[in-house]
Unconditional design. Sequence first.
Length: 255
Amino acid sequence: MAFKDTPPDFKLIDLALIDPDPEHPRKQVDTAGLKALVASIQAKGLIQPLIVQPAGSDGRHRLIVGERRWRAAMLAGETRVPALVRPCAAEEALEIQVFENLGQGVRAPLESREMANAIQAIAQRFDSREAAAEHFGRPQSWLNQATAAANLSPKVTALLDSGKITSTATAIQLEKLAQKNEARVDALIEQVQDGAKLAKQAVESALSAEGLKRGRKKAEASEASAPAAAAAGGHGDGVGAAAAAVPGQPGAAAE
């Protein structure tokens, strides 16, 4: 019977009775991402269940989906975890793991500003930014970056909403420029004709002129770790997903 036709059986299973799949494609786990996932599980428990094979004659289950969550749950001190028990042929298990990691599962990442607004709303519940960052298991610098898109000025937000800026990352850079030299931002905006878009290169050149431009590789790395990078930080187990993704559950990337 194909995996999609197998009925799931929800159970709470002892972690000690779950074994990893030795054929799972994940061979390395990012330490920082796993640490954030552990903090998330300690705070809220395991939100998304693992998927495991039915127990064998020895009463043990083999993991199908949820490698990172299984590891993090052990590090978090969990003893029992929610799991969906589903029979799966050995030759199909790898396909399930790969398809989930390709993002073809049930989850999809939030848009950058949606994620930033959500993180900002949670952060505002705390007395300090430091306490909020600790809640997420991340440094305060991560929180500042993760919420940058939630703190855009009305002027920059209007450009983003109108489509004159197509990248949230560029909008954040434009906001940074405005804080240093708002007149330069106004000049850039005036150059944009109706129906045209503000080029990312124009913003980067203006940043360089103001001494605010970071190295391209560093900037791209920061953009990759912004809130929309979903998933590795979440409870998903995306193979090759950005490890600095937001640590909330669920994440952007699938298993």
